[in-house]
Design a protein around this ligand. Structure first.
Ligand code: AMP
Ligand code: MN
Length: 302
């Protein structure tokens, strides 16, 4: 659900790898793939749950998901509800597969898929670019602390197969429409700074989305704008959509483990990027408790 570049890139890449191995493989992302990822051509291989309904699968692999809830309606494609293989890198992974490979020291699931794929098949540009999409997006385009020599080596290997970072960066980082900028401006009007500027939070309400003609997927990257403020350690974006639900995106810059806050509210993620979804009737009902928990986290960290 709410797929990011790593989920999209690694599911599509594994699909292509399995097909190169001769398997009849389908790659599924339950929520709509945000339109701008379509500019990376290999993402066209992805199918919706609707398109795959009725097919029978003898092996199910789930990628980049910390628990079964994260694949939404896709569970309907395998009635047993236990995937054969889970490949992930979230510290909060619950180990819900028969075979679980969870490696939190990998910056992206695409890196794990690459470690497997490069030993098995010959890459082409499309496949290499999907893996680079996953690696680039989950490392904030090579700027998070998870970026080490292994990340650059993998990127170099993929570049040798023809993967280009420019179309990926353009699709992911340069897709804002005038309407999205209006929404971003409205979001900044709701910005609150606390704890001497270490905690930043803001919201996007359903009304703001309607007013600006935006969809929830257009808020991709907004929480990063909050974290980018000088002095901010924890940034939180509350997005109300659909009405009755608030998605909380948490980010931290260098030391706070925001996955602990997300976990407390039934979500999960990584130390520097985590999320959860709350069912509430008013935005404030999500904002108040989550901000209180983040405040506690920062005060505890000193
Ligand atoms: P987001 O803020 O939605 O971009 O998500 C940031 C990170 O938190 C991603 O690694 C997601 O996999 C994870 N995440 C987001 N929402 C949830 C959730 N409801 N449950 C578990 N993990 C989540
Ligand atoms: Mn990931």
């Amino acid at each position: 659900m709410r797929p990011d570049g790593d989920a999209i890139g690694s599911v599509a890449a594994l699909t292509l790898i399995l097909r190169k191995l001769g398997a009849q493989a389908e790659g599924c992302i339950p929520d709509p793939v945000p339109w701008f990822y379509r500019e990376v051509s290999g993402t066209r291989v992805l199918r919706t749950v609707e398109e795959l309904r009725g097919k029978e699968f003898d092996t199910v692999v789930v990628l980049d998901s910390s628990d079964l809830d994260r694949i939404g309606d896709a569970v309907e494609l395998f009635p047993a509800r236990t995937p054969d293989v889970v490949i992930d890198h979230h510290v909060t992974n619950s180990g819900f597969g028969l075979l679980n490979l969870c490696a939190p020291d990998y910056a992206a699931v695409a890196l794990i898929v690459h470690e497997i794929g490069k030993r098995l098949v010959e890459y082409d540009r499309e496949l290499a670019e999907l893996l680079l999409l996953g690696i680039a997006t989950d490392t904030g385009f090579f700027k998070y602390e998870s970026v080490d020599a292994q990340v650059f080596e993998a990127a170099a290997e993929l570049a040798r197969y023809g993967a280009r970072i420019q179309p990926i960066a353009s699709a992911v980082l340069e897709h804002r429409t005038p309407n999205t900028i209006r929404l971003l401006t409205e979001m900044f009007h709701t910005l609150h700074l606390e704890l001497g500027g270490k905690l930043a939070y803001a919201y996007v309400s359903a009304g703001m989305l309607r007013r600006t003609g935006c969809r929830e997927e257009d808020t991709e990257g907004f929480v990063g704008e909050l974290r980018a403020i000088h002095g901010v350690e924890v940034a939180i974006l509350f997005s109300e959509w659909p009405e009755g639900e608030v998605h909380v995106s948490l980010r931290s810059k260098s030391y706070a483990d925001v996955s602990r806050v997300a976990l407390r509210f039934g979500g999960g993620g990584h130390p520097r990027a985590a999320g959860c979804t709350l069912k509430v009737t008013r935005l404030e009902e999500a904002i108040y408790p989550v901000v209180a928990a983040a405040r506690g986290l920062l005060e505890e960290a000193g």
